[in-house]
Design a protein around this ligand. Structure first.
Ligand code: PMP
Length: 365
């Protein structure tokens, strides 16, 4: 007997073999975290309190999602049948794509955008059709309308979008939904709280609209993995058929009601970020670094050819930022998350230092 691999070893599906590996830089992040658009401070103290009271016995039980789904549905003015809680919006995207995308279908994707749409679609038999934004990185509305075909099955729009920070208007989203009645329009409102505009009120009225929300950003619960999909009951029942009944853990479920109840904390954090964004944008403008207008808790900047050194030097100065150069149309661009005012003042100091060093290096050449 030999242990050498044989030609009979199992092989994954062809689509899986062709998938790109994706390893976001999640290691060594004990610094100022302006790289993943998280809340950079803390979740509500009320959530912390509930966590501290979780008993050892309660952890022995499987989590029950439905009662918490009813709470979040009521919070959003929806019926429980219109809402599904998920293990982060990432799982929501995965499950939605698994439920709807099959061979011959197309996923329309304005790009650049959130990486995981493409990753999850590449595991299905559908084809992703990227719709590239113009140089201003504004939402490519006309191009997207022109790309709708009879094969379009899902149109995934992050609103506001990442890494650009741009936003589609309600009128544009409605027009897209009307022009593609045979497709699901997924509006991913991960950054809703920093933008303040939503289409969640149209759920049920617009038959093909599904909205995603996350608790990873403004609520500060990225580590717990909690997101949701909201849509018409007759679409959501298919999503719920694919979704595991166990995927949202009991700690996340316990933390959701206090997170929703503490509106004062959420409002404070969002207000702090919006003020910090205005101040940091002014600091950026003083340096002459180009930036894109943002409707979210991050700003995309044009660093240029030295984007890698910039990102490395910022990290050495204790400030993590995210090089988005490999995104379509984003060469030389770096995304900087907005945290609290005090954090962004520190970031502005590091930014000025690093830019001065890079400039001095260029002049010495
Ligand atoms: N959608 C968008 C547009 C995002 O930027 C992100 C996170 N970066 C997510 C979804 C993922 O959210 P979650 O942490 O809930 O999986």
């Amino acid at each position: 007997m030999t242990n050498a691999p044989t030609q009979l070893s199992p092989t994954p599906r062809g689509r899986v073999q062709a998938m790109k590996e994706y390893h976001p830089p999640l290691g060594c992040r004990d610094a100022l975290r302006l790289d993943f658009n998280e809340n950079t401070l803390a979740c509500s103290p009320k959530v912390r309190e509930v966590l501290s009271r979780i008993s050892a016995c309660s952890l022995t039980r499987y989590p029950e999602r439905e009662p918490v789904e009813a709470i979040v549905a009521a919070h959003l003015g929806l019926a429980p049948s219109q809402v599904a809680l998920t293990n982060g919006v990432d799982e929501a995207i995965h499950v939605l794509f698994e439920a709807f995308l099959e061979d011959g279908d197309e996923l329309l994707l304005p790009v650049p955008t959130y990486t995981m749409y493409e990753i999850y679609s590449s595991a299905t038999d559908a084809r992703a059709v990227p719709v590239l934004a113009a140089a201003d990185l504004q939402f490519p509305f006309e191009r997207l309308l022109a790309a709708i075909s009879s094969r379009t099955k899902i149109i995934a729009i992050a609103n506001p979008n990442s890494p650009s920070g741009s936003a589609a208007t309600r009128t544009q989203l409605l027009e897209i939904a009307n022009r593609a009645p045979h497709a699901v329009l997924l509006v991913d409102e991960a950054y809703f709280h920093f933008h303040g505009e939503t289409v969640i009120d149209l759920i049920g009225t617009v038959p093909n609209l599904i909205v995603a929300r996350t608790f990873s950003k403004a609520y500060g619960l990225a580590g717990l993995r909690l997101g949701l999909l909201a849509g018409p009951a007759d679409l959501m029942r298919w999503v719920k058929r694919v979704l595991s009944p166990y995927s949202v853990n009991s700690l996340a479920l316990a933390c959701l009601p206090p997170a929703l109840e503490d509106a004062a904390y959420l409002d404070w954090y969002v207000g702090e970020v919006l003020t910090a964004r205005t101040e940091f944008e002014a600091a950026l403008d003083e340096t002459g670094v180009r930036r894109w207008p943002s409707h979210a808790n991050f700003v995309l900047t044009e660093i240029g050819a030295q984007h890698e050194e910039f990102t490395r030097m910022m990290s050495a100065a204790g400030v993590l930022v995210r090089d988005r150069s490999s995104d379509p149309g984003c060469d030389g661009r770096v995304r900087i998350t907005i945290g609290t005012r005090e954090q962004m003042q520190r970031a502005a100091v590091a930014l000025n230092d690093v830019l001065a060093q890079l400039r001095a290096g260029r002049e010495a050449e």
